[in-house]
Design a binder for this molecule. Structure first.
Ligand code: HEC
Length: 225
């Protein structure tokens, strides 16, 4: 090859590297992801969760802590949530995004309740936010094998039959052989309806729909309860 021929080739590769370099760089450099931030994508201020269910819009709107702090007992966490809810209810400031109806809100409180004689779901003991699992194994009764607590997010996508799952819980609650966490469950028929309404709010929507849930939230008046 002649000298001019070689320089033309060198020049060509030089330009090629200049053009593709930044692209390759953007893909490989850690911490320099071309992905937009959650805030940019949703145009929602101070949103720090990746979760996209009506429940997450609800916790965002009412500034409810998303999960227990590192090392925090689940009962201390639910106490924090209850105090926040009481505060918001007292000032008629509970904001409900579409889907989080009054029934679903009541279901949420039953889900969180761990020590009441009635309407006590005790669900939060095992299905702890924000993933709705404690990542542990539990037995339904003394003879059954231990099973991992599944997350309760996106149950619709996983085709879970809610009423069937809840009936299994009720059966466990009545069995004297069941672990205490199940025997602590006290639910009537209405509570089951409310719990189901709540569990349906754990199904993800897309970013645009999520933004609309936040923008179009309504105030819940609990003073009439
Ligand atoms: C003692 C821990 C514990 C408690 C309390 C508990 N669960 Fe569960 N849950 C589990 C485990 C473990 C499974 C999976 C195995 C099974 O079905 O028992 C499960 C399964 C489920 C499922 C089926 C989900 C799936 O992916 O199959 C639903 C729905 C559910 N629980 C809802 C609830 C609700 C609502 C409450 C409160 C009324 C509750 N759970 C209380 C541990 C618990």
């Amino acid at each position: 090859m002649t000298r001019t021929g070689t320089s033309i080739w060198l020049c060509f590769f030089g330009v090629l590297i200049m053009l593709t370099g930044p692209l390759i760089g953007a893909d490989t450099k850690p911490g320099k992801s071309p992905e937009k931030s959650i805030e940019q994508k949703t145009k929602i201020h101070r949103l720090d969760t990746q979760e996209r269910a009506p429940y997450d819009a609800f916790t965002y709107l009412n500034r409810i802590p998303a999960k227990a702090d590192e090392g925090e007992d689940i009962l201390d966490f639910t106490a924090r949530v209850y105090s926040r809810l009481a505060n918001q209810e007292g000032r008629i400031l509970i904001k409900l995004p579409q889907g989080m109806t009054r029934e679903a809100y009541l279901g949420y409180k039953i889900f969180l309740s761990t020590d009441a004689k009635v309407s006590n779901g005790n669900c939060v003991t095992c299905h702890a936010p924000d993933k709705f699992t404690d990542f542990k194994l539990h037995k339904l009764n003394v003879d059954s094998p231990p099973r991992p607590t599944p997350s309760l997010r996106n149950l619709t996508k996983r085709k879970i039959d809610l009423s069937k799952a809840l009936q299994a819980k009720l059966a466990a609650a009545k069995s004297p052989n069941a672990p205490k966490a199940y025997r602590n469950i006290h639910l009537n028929k209405m509570d089951l309806t409310h719990l189901q309404a709540f569990l349906k709010q754990l199904n993800d929507v897309d970013d645009k729909a999520f933004r609309e849930l936040i923008l179009n939230a309504k105030i819940l008046n609990t003073l009439l309860d």
